[in-house]
Design a protein around this ligand. Structure first.
Ligand SMILES: Nc1nc2c(c(=O)[nH]1)N[C@H]1C(S)=C(S)[C@@H](COP(=O)(O)O)O[C@H]1N2
Ligand SMILES: [Mo]
Length: 266
């Protein structure tokens, strides 16, 4: 074996210097807070690929109250992309649509003391929140938009969840497969941490206009600390449950039943 040359030693020193810099950068991101950390995509990728972060581990890094980053109006994209269903072909949806959603009612039920139905007017009459956030799709694109809606927490508090309720399931209008597949309507679910988070909304406006059809009219969920597929569009009903057993594939969401992660933290 040859002794390392001076050039090789210089190369090793350089690599060590670069590594130290990277560790220091990661450290300062940690000190600067979880939002910065979660914005550091390379760092998050390293964490995810290193050991497929469990939900528990991720929650330790990103505790309960962590807020998703919000942006200045200048950051809003001129046009918000749409993905997945862009216009549900389901007859009940099309009938409501023809009517400008006047007949729309959001049903809130399942494990609650006080089931309820809300028209869009009733939802708009509740206190609202507006936020400019970035939507990240698992397919590799992002888009910043301004969302207005009623915090999901308000609607849930009014329903008074029963002690055994653990998850909020969103039932959507759009069928994902042909009629032969039976009920293949999109659905999603989140836990109470996310359901009661202040940035989790039932949104009825995008960029100061009623939600476009392609983005989930008349009502869609915003759950800002998770990836795009968790944000149910075309929400028809909200159901509180104790487990996902008996709900379609049992994994808590349409894409989850196809193999995606249930907790899709950003
Ligand atoms: N009901 C319903 N919700 C859905 C989807 C869908 O196909 N149907 N697609 C999901 C995916 S993968 C993404 S990225 C976002 C897209 O939201 P957008 O169309 O407003 O961009 O909606 C999510 N919610
Ligand atoms: Mo997505």
């Amino acid at each position: 074996m040859n002794k390392p040359t001076r050039l090789m030693r210089a190369g090793q020193r350089e690599r060590r210097r670069v590594l130290r810099g990277a560790v220091a950068a990661a450290g300062s991101a940690l000190l600067a807070g979880c939002d910065r950390l979660s914005q550091n995509e390379a760092f998050v990728d390293v964490l995810k690929s290193a050991e497929q972060l469990s939900r528990a581990a991720q929650k330790t890094l990103a505790p309960h109250a962590r807020m998703a980053q919000e942006f200045a109006p200048e950051a809003i994209a001129p046009e918000f992309r749409s993905n997945g269903t862009r216009n549900p072909r389901d007859a009940d949806y099309q009938a409501l649509r023809r009517d400008g959603f006047a007949g729309y009612r959001l049903a809130v039920g399942g494990l609650v003391e006080q089931p309820a139905e809300y028209s869009l007017e009733a939802l708009r009459a509740l206190p609202s929140r507006t936020q400019i956030t970035r939507h990240d799709c698992v397919e590799g694109w992002s888009c910043i938009g301004r969302w207005k809606g009623v915090p999901l927490a308000l609607v849930l508090e009014r329903a008074r969840p029963l002690a055994n309720a653990r998850y909020v399931v969103f039932r959507c209008f759009d069928s994902m497969e042909g009629p032969a597949a039976g009920d293949s309507r999109y659905y999603e679910s989140i836990d109470f941490d996310d359901a009661f988070h202040p940035q989790t909304l039932l949104a009825y406006e995008l960029n100061d206009r009623p939600l476009p059809i392609s983005n989930g009219a008349p009502l869609r969920c915003r759950v800002e600390r998770q990836l795009g597929y968790k944000h149910a569009k075309y929400v028809r009903a909200i159901e509180l449950v104790e487990s996902f057993a008996g709900i379609r594939g049992g994994k808590g969401g349409y894409w989850e039943d196809e193999g995606y992660e249930w907790y899709a933290g950003i």
